[in-house]
Design a protein around this ligand. Structure first.
Ligand SMILES: [Zn+2]
Length: 216
């Protein structure tokens, strides 16, 4: 495994952690030194799906990209939440690709499961998964989510949901450039949304990423 402290350019270097074999999830104890080193070095970790689960059942229709990737990303987020990674490493900065995959739309189901079957769900971390998302106080001030997602969801309503769940300070501009599931004109959806203020657009298009990478 690459030793993070030996990588050049930290904390600006984006680290790729190959997960193998495919049964290894991000709560695995063998990854604890990686999270620890990333936290100590103030490194930013970007999690992008690959080697998607269930590929043997998805030979057609580009389904590993359309179904497997969102599921894989939700698996990564749920593994880190339920494995208590964010509890053990409170300063660890992590971002998940493609708006967090299936996680944002299923967080209600995830939270419900946490309440009704803690014997299955909360075995390693008794923190409600909802607490890792943005929350407002009585003054209307928003505390952003514990982790980042990118904005690449191709749908205005989905992006609005992301902003509500995570806060603009945790939604970073995603392009997937130069791959075909990226936007033809990166940032086009964000720019087109009249309901977003100029300040919010600037936050998503630039500031959140700069904060995530430790550049601001
Ligand atoms: Zn991607």
């Amino acid at each position: 495994m690459v030793i993070l402290k030996d990588l050049p350019g930290l904390p600006r270097f984006r680290c790729k952690i190959p997960i193998w074999p495919r049964t290894l999830n991000l709560d695995n104890a063998s990854l604890q030194p990686v999270w620890s080193a990333a936290e100590q070095l103030n490194a930013a970790i970007f999690v992008h799906p690959w080697d998607m689960l269930g590929r043997e059942r998805m030979p057609k229709y580009w389904l590993p990209w359309l179904v497997g990737m969102p599921a894989e990303t939700s698996l990564a987020i749920c593994s880190m939440i339920f494995g208590g990674v964010f509890e053990r490493f409170p300063k660890l900065r992590v971002a998940f690709a493609h708006g967090g995959g299936a996680f944002p739309f299923t967080v209600g189901r995830v939270e419900h499961a946490f309440h009704v079957r803690p014997d299955l769900v909360a075995t390693d971390n008794d923190t409600n998964p909802r607490k890792y998302l943005a929350r407002g106080d009585e003054n209307g001030d928003l505390t952003p989510a514990r982790f980042y997602v990118d904005s690449l969801v191709h749908d205005a309503d989905a992006l609005k949901m992301l902003l509500k769940l995570f806060g603009a300070q945790r939604v970073a501009f995603g392009s997937d450039y130069p791959f075909p599931l990226g936007e033809a004109h990166p940032g086009e959806l964000i720019e087109s949304m009249q309901e977003l203020s100029a300040k919010e657009k600037a936050q998503i298009l630039s500031e959140t990423t700069r904060e995530f990478l430790g550049l601001s």
